[in-house]
Design a protein around this ligand. Sequence first.
Ligand SMILES: Cc1cc2nc3c(=O)[nH]c(=O)nc-3n(C[C@H](O)[C@H](O)[C@H](O)COP(=O)(O)O)c2cc1C
Length: 200
Amino acid sequence: MTERHTDLNQLLQHIWDQIHKGAADPAHPYHSPAFGTLGSNGPNVRTIILRRAELEARSLCFHSDRRAQKINEIQKHPRVALHFWNSDSREQLRITGNATVHFDDQIANQLWQHSRPKSLITYVKPTTPGTKVDQPESGIVGNFQSGNVSMSDVEVGRQHFAVVCTQVDEIDFLQLHNEGNCRAYFQWESGRYEGAWLIP
Ligand SMILES: Cc1cc2nc3c(=O)[nH]c(=O)nc-3n(C[C@H](O)[C@H](O)[C@H](O)COP(=O)(O)O)c2cc1C
């Protein structure tokens, strides 16, 4: 059984430690949160891979295709949400903030250059994601079956690559615990996170 949290400052530290681990470790449950946007027909949620977390900038970033529907939605409604669940520690995080999209700037260039070529194959798609096709297909053009993929093999995908970064304004934390569930809320205010305990 994991420790029950009783100190708000330590809890905030713990939350960011876990988010950092999620960004760095593909085996961590926080590596693949759900990301929610507001679409023209209401909310839309999908899984993403957390690629970068920066406490200083309060920023959580993931890769995407600049032609994806979510990019359009963020540009119209930058208010977004992220959901994380760790079934081992039985902790849930619900995060809200404003998202920005990055195509040809330093952030997008950096994340492109620091990615493993294999993880960039998905951007080598001439056809826009979400386009109807006659049969199931990945849309990826090129032979990437062999294990060896270089940056030059995927370079054509750079034009489709985007980075989405969310600036974390609110964190709603819930821990399920045998000694009693515990819930806390943090809001960014006047340059710091103001925390409070809530009834779960
Ligand atoms: C495990 C997993 C990880 C995913 N990671 C990403 C990701 O990092 N970025 C992304 O744009 N889509 C990712 N996807 C695909 C999205 O969930 C979604 O299907 C796709 O981006 C289209 O969403 P949209 O039409 O709302 O833009 C992932 C899907 C799964 C199952």
